[in-house]
Design a protein around this ligand. Structure first.
Ligand code: B12
Ligand code: SF4
Length: 612
């Protein structure tokens, strides 16, 4: 068959497929025609795949590959597609919607976006020639094609500091790009971020590749886990340097020293190998958070491929740390109970900047551990948003002991300023276990808090997470948690629960008290084997652990917040709906036996979804 003919036939067929399967009506047809005319079909086609139209996905992806082979032989994306299979193309809800909206408003802008996502298909971006000696590669480890990746905020902060120091930065997000095809090149260092658990495994995988392909390139690890256990982390063969704590005031100096070949002794905040020993320099200073540039280097990321962002949720950070003492949390060891924040005006400046740059943002989502430590700051943020006319929804993490005490006018103010969700750790309905984890909240405060919200700010949803599997816990304790969860829903019908999650022993004060029953991992490699949600606490019987796993799954299916479900694609929503019905039935009857459907869902989820 003649090549032009087959290509045109494919386009036609594709158009028909799109129209039949996607059923998005006239608007889509017009958009399609316009794109074809502009010659951007390819990029759009990929974005069409990102629509939440699962049935359509497979054959369309195959078509795409076929067409590429026919007409885009020289385009770099060809290799990407050829490597991927139809199922590698993930479902990204709302991309299509966003593109269509933009196309309607501004033709050229829409084309630009499509062009960008087109170029993003190429996994292997060229390394800038002029900058090989001053280039740093930052890596977010995770399973390739993992669902729902969030933007790696920590890498943007580190990248911004490196750029200020004159370095060129590339970011590899292993969840979006297959690291096996990635060209490491010869950067000054490869920086890997990680939290405890499975993320480490992916970090190690990439480090092994770097060692094999570019053995002279130093491997620098930073983030929560390396900071909590710097010496142990630095002992790994795949780690040369650990940056402890915040990266901003350390990375440029570190990179400059590596370029000039100086020793690292003078750079604060490091733990590293030298002469066969592990050395640590004094702690680095902490940064004044208001001095961090508002404009983070978002262009280093493939923003189009972060579904949470596409659905309009934008993550920022307005404060660091937390003054409380919860035993299972990293904060006491990581931030030493300190809390610092950006000023109210700085926060509102940042929100305004984001809304200008990303007009499709619907909700601002600070990753702060505890947004509300300084009530006056929150009051100032709200008043500033109102007086400047900044209209956007937002959510934040709070504590029940705070909310139970807040006066009516404050609660009403946060609602007026756009607050839509408040997230809390409830942990347990058992007073004994609350004490054990040093949460310092009571069941009365939990009920009071949600009731106050119901009374004074009824459009704010309270979201709560719960904990199970703690040592000495009994099923009686769990029943208290179940009853409290139900009582909260009565006190405020908008109460939502993320679920009851099995305790995972990550580095924390609580972990240290467990040492007789549980021997904590002794190396970076061993930490990578601790799986979140699937940890088997050795202090409980296998039968009890099985029951807890079943309870955890039931609560996640029964209660997972609707706003988060809405951010997923069609297949997820449909499967979730079925599971939700069964889980609700189980919850009502407190029946957690024979979890056949849960195990099946678990197997599928673990296969398809992976981690991070
Ligand atoms: C966003 C987030 C996630 C996202 C991660 C995606 C993403 N793109 O980041 C998602 C939702 C997937 C996630 C999942 C989990 N998370 Co989480 N998450 C967070 C959260 C809220 C924010 C992370 C962030 O962006 N911080 C902002 C940045 C700026 O701070 P930072 O990470 O500390 O980075 C600074 C320094 O550490 C350093 N740095 C960091 N990386 C690097 C790298 C280099 C090279 C250098 C030089 C420096 C450096 O410089 C940065 C700037 O100063 C943190 C809590 C928090 N406030 O940090 C928890 C947190 C990291 N998560 C945690 C946990 C436990 C989890 C889960 C295991 C379970 C859970 N309960 O959610 C799962 C893991 C799932 C899995 N299957 O493995 C714990 C980690 C504890 C630990 N020991 O590691 C934290 C600390 C929450 C807590 N209160 O305990 N999480
Ligand atoms: S309140 Fe939250 S962030 Fe603060 S210590 Fe407790 S769990 Fe950690």
């Amino acid at each position: 068959m003649d090549e032009t003919f087959s290509t045109s036939a494919l386009f036609l067929l594709e158009g028909a497929l799109v129209q039949t399967h996607m059923r998005v009506g006239k608007e889509f047809s017009a958009f399609w025609a316009e794109l074809t005319a502009f010659g951007f079909v390819m990029g759009f086609a990929v974005d069409a795949d990102h629509g939440s139209y699962g049935l359509f996905l497979t054959c369309y992806a195959r078509m795409l590959r076929l067409r590429l082979d026919n007409c885009h032989n020289n385009h770099p994306s060809r290799s990407w597609i050829a490597k991927g299979s139809a199922s590698d193309i993930s479902v990204y809800p709302n991309t299509l919607g966003i593109l269509m909206e933009r196309m309607k408003n501004d033709k050229s802008k829409a084309c630009l976006i499509i062009n960008r996502s087109f170029s993003f298909l190429s996994n292997d971006k060229p390394i800038p020639d002029d900058a090989t000696s001053k280039q740093v590669l930052l890596v977010f480890p995770g399973k390739y094609n993992a669902p729902d990746p969030q933007i790696p905020l920590q890498l943007l902060y580190v990248a911004s500091a490196l750029q200020q120091g004159g370095f060129v930065v590339r970011i590899l997000d292993m969840r979006l790009d297959d690291y096996r095809d990635f060209n490491v090149g010869n950067p000054v260092f490869v920086g890997i971020t990680c939290m405890s658990g499975q993320q480490i495994r992916y970090g190690l995988d990439f480090s092994k590749k770097v060692r094999a392909e570019s053995p002279k390139v130093p491997l620098v690890w930073g983030g929560v886990h390396p900071t909590l256990l710097p010496e142990q982390t630095a002992r790994s063969d795949y780690v040369d340097v650990v940056v402890r704590g915040e990266g901003e005031l350390v990375v440029s100096e570190l990179a400059s020293n590596l370029v000039s070949g100086q020793t690292l002794d003078k750079v604060k905040g490091l733990t590293f190998k030298a002469d066969g020993e592990i050395k640590s320099t004094p702690n680095a200073d902490v940064i004044d958070l208001d001095k961090i540039p508002i404009e983070l280097p978002y262009e280093l990321l493939k923003l189009e491929r972060y579904p949470t962002l596409q659905s309009g949720r934008f993550h920022i950070q307005t404060s660091r740390g937390c003054p409380h003492r919860c035993g299972f949390c990293y904060n006491r060891m990581f931030n030493k109970k300190a809390w610092r924040a950006k000023s109210a005006t700085r926060v509102v400046d940042e929100i305004e900047y984001i809304l200008r740059k990303f007009p499709y943002v619907k909700i601002i989502d600070p990753v702060d551990d505890n947004f509300f430590v300084d009530q006056k700051r929150v009051e100032d943020i709200c008043n500033c948003m109102l007086s400047r006319g900044v209209k956007v929804a937002w959510r934040a993490n709070c504590r029940f002991d705070y909310l139970a005490e807040y006066p009516e006018n404050f609660v009403r103010l946060i609602e007026r300023a756009g607050c839509k969700e408040l997230d809390f750790g409830g942990e347990s309905g058992s007073e004994r276990l609350q004490k054990f984890v040093c949460k310092d909240i009571t069941a009365d405060q939990m009920l009071q808090s949600v009731a106050n919200l119901h009374k004074w700010a009824p459009t704010i949803d309270p979201f709560t997470s719960w904990l199970s599997g703690l040592p000495d816990e009994t099923y009686g304790d769990m029943k208290k948690t179940f009853d409290l969860m139900d009582a909260m829903a009565v006190a405020n019908p908008r109460t939502q629960h993320y679920g009851i999650f099995m305790y995972t022993p990550f580095p924390s004060p609580l972990l240290e008290t467990l040492s007789t029953e549980f021997q904590p991992p002794q190396s970076l490699e061993e930490w990578s084997a601790i799986e979140v949600f699937h940890f088997q606490p050795p202090w409980h019987s296998r039968a009890y652990v099985k029951k807890l796993q079943s309870i955890s799954a039931v609560t996640r299916y029964a209660f997972y917040p609707q706003s988060r479900i809405d951010e997923h694609g069609f297949i997820f929503k449909m499967s979730y709906r079925v599971m939700n019905r069964v889980a609700r039935y189980r919850w009502r009857h407190r029946y957690f036996g024979f979890p056949v459907e849960l195990e099946l869902a678990n197997v599928i989820a673990r296969r398809l979804r992976g981690f991070l």
